[in-house]
Ligand binder design. Structure first.
Ligand code: NAD
Length: 244
């Protein structure tokens, strides 16, 4: 198998959720192209994936670099794309600087759009594709100190809905996955100690998720038999977004 319609491109694949999505989907029989900025980590993740006979691949790439994204990604014929790369910060919204805001919007919103827009033309030609945008519970139920992050994830949810409407005629399905809290490098500092304990009390399941608790859902979202689901926002959040 090479650059084929069974390939899934995952951004931010060098660690956290992205590295785990790569493992699960490689195990499901897909060829993986992992994108990230840390070449050493990426190489380690990709060389340890199951089904090495598929020639999984990694690309060192910053998703905010529009020119490089287009140059490196627009020739791929993909079955799937997971827009997973993202950053967070913890500040009150009125204390965010212009540079803080640009940075988080550039990565979480514009970076994801850059990557989608580079690969969609080939999906249109092939009349086949699945895009999963990794949003967050915070995209529709924000908390204090994560206003900028929440706004970018709300925008990504709206992008998902617009893409699903615009791309349906080409048989391209677009859905968002909205996880609750999972301890990874993006939030380890924020969620340790008392803040984390307070947050757990708000979650009906009274705990954060582990990374592997997204395995079933990411497999289902990208399953080739999942052909009628588009424009959905799937919450996997221990009930966090359900109650007050
Ligand atoms: P993480 O920090 O471990 O991983 C994020 C990855 O994105 C890293 O590999 C990072 O290098 C990469 N990345 C960031 N900016 C990039 C750029 N400009 N170009 C290329 N790669 C870039 O965090 P994670 O928890 O694995 O988060 C993955 C996604 O899941 C993010 O979009 C995050 O917002 C979302 N999410 C996480 C949680 C959680 O609790 N961990 C909850 C909801 C949503």
């Amino acid at each position: 198998m090479n650059d084929s319609l069974d390939t899934i491109l995952i951004t931010g694949a060098s660690r956290g959720l992205g590295a785990n999505f790569a493992k699960v989907l490689a195990d499901d029989g897909f060829r993986i192209i992992g994108i990230g900025r840390n070449k050493n980590n990426l190489e380690k993740v990709i060389s340890n994936l199951p089904n090495q006979q598929f020639n999984h691949q990694f690309l060192e790439l910053d998703i905010t670099d529009e020119i490089s994204v287009n140059k490196q990604l627009s020739d791929f014929n993909l079955y799937g794309l997971i827009n997973n790369a993202g950053i967070a910060n913890t500040k009150l919204l009125h204390n965010e600087t212009y540079s803080d805001l640009s940075n988080i919007i550039d990565t979480n919103l514009l970076g994801s759009l850059n990557v989608s827009n580079a690969v969609i033309p080939k999906m249109i030609i092939n009349k086949r594709g699945k895009i999963i945008n990794i949003a967050s519970t915070l995209g529709y139920r924000p908390l204090a100190y994560v206003g900028a992050y929440s706004a970018t994830k709300a925008a990504l949810i709206q992008v998902t809905k617009s893409q699903s409407i615009e791309l349906a005629r080409y048989n391209i399905c677009v859905n968002a996955l909205a996880p609750g809290y999972i301890l990874t490098d993006i939030n380890r500092d924020q969620l340790g100690g008392e803040t984390g304990d307070l947050l757990k009390k708000k979650i009906p399941l009274k705990r954060f998720a582990t990374v592997d608790e997204l395995d079933t859902i990411i497999s289902m979202l990208l399953n080739t038999s999942n052909t009628y689901m588009t424009g959905a926002v799937v919450a996997v959040d221990g009930g966090l977004s359900t109650g007050l």
